[in-house]
Ligand binder design. Structure first.
Ligand code: MLT
Length: 326
């Protein structure tokens, strides 16, 4: 399924042969960012947010190509095989760039060997959501039912290894209860079915959960952030109300095929640095429940090392929580 995002187009780009890369004129044509989830979910929303602003700095079009399925690993595999010419990138995230190697026996790419980090995006914590007509008014209500009725709570998620899958599995394990995961091609469709009362609960990222919570379509029971958030007034953190220390955010970032030239990475990162200096842009993201990071954490080398470290960390989390592919 392809969704192409119309973005900024600039006339007069010099006509170089397709695929050509000349340092002093890059980019000379539209760039594609592969988002491995369906349109309308938090990763897609974050990607469009960042792409729109970076496209302004590059004075070039950035097209979002949604390639859903298998918790983001199908889109990541496609990006890994794309030409390292500066015209195809992957919008990566915690699931298919850190957890997936510990969940999928035969992953068709290696997050560290097949990609190079370009820059990190800001983070989004998650929020535990139930439908507006749900009987559960608190995390403790939900846990009480889950303990007494093993397997009866259906949690929607964006596919095996997605944050919505991982965090729900961690929650169930730490609350000592069994839940039934229901996989979709993205958190967008997963949230739609929660609002349609087809499932009981889900963990969604704050940037997409916020409008539906404000609109009364879903009820927020707990935040996975370190502290309460102004955007979710009255909503406690999971740690304060149910599971001490329960804290996790989805991280994201832009990756290129490993052999992509340094100059391409630098051009893209410099455009991102200019976007980060725009307080109107960063302020709007913060209003959506997106958590900005210390500047140094956005840089290519720091993000490359972070990706490798996260792969190690999630291997342990997955083993300790007994998270599997189902
Ligand atoms: C997830 O990990 O659950 C994804 O962020 C879902 C999505 O972005 O669609």
């Amino acid at each position: 399924m392809k969704h192409w995002m119309p973005a900024l187009a600039v006339a007069g780009a010099c006509a170089l042969p397709m695929g050509a890369y000349a340092q002093d004129s890059y980019p000379t044509r539209a760039i594609t960012w592969i988002v491995p989830f369906a349109a309308g979910g938090p990763t897609d929303a974050m990607a469009r947010n960042v792409a729109n602003r970076v496209a302004q700095e590059l004075k070039q079009t950035i097209l979002i190509e949604n390639v859903g399925g298998a918790g983001g690993t199908i889109g990541a595999a496609k990006a890994a095989k794309s030409a390292p010419d500066g015209y195809t990138f992957l919008v990566g995230h915690i699931g298919y760039m850190a957890a997936a190697p510990s969940l999928y026996a035969r992953l068709p790419y290696d997050p560290v060997k097949d990609f190079r980090a370009v820059f990190r995006f800001p983070d989004t914590p998650l929020v535990l959501l139930v439908g507006e007509s749900s009987p559960y008014k608190s995390v403790t209500d939900l846990i009480a039912f889950g303990k007494q009725n093993p397997g009866k709570l259906n949690f929607s998620n964006a596919g095996v290894g997605s944050t919505s899958h991982l965090v729900a599995a961690m929650f169930a394990s730490q609350a000592s209860m069994n839940i039934t995961p229901v996989a979709y091609k993205g958190a967008g469709p997963a949230l739609n079915d929660l609002m349609g009362n087809q499932v009981d609960a889900m963990f969604d990222q704050t940037n997409t959960a916020l409008p539906q919570t404000k609109g009364g379509k879903v009820r927020a029971l707990g935040l996975t952030s370190s502290g309460r958030m102004d955007q979710f007034p009255g909503v406690p953190t999971m740690a304060e109300k149910a599971i001490p220390g329960f804290q996790v955010s989805t991280w994201y970032g832009l990756y290129a095929p490993k052999a992509t030239p340094d100059a391409v990475v630098q051009t893209m990162y410099q455009a991102w640095q200019k976007a980060l200096a725009d307080q109107a842009f960063t302020g709007k993201m913060a209003e959506q429940g997106i958590q900005m990071l210390p500047a140094a954490q956005y840089a290519p080398a720091a993000f490359q090392q972070f990706t490798a470290d996260e792969g190690q960390r999630w291997a342990k989390v997955i083993k300790d929580a007994g998270i599997t592919l189902q």
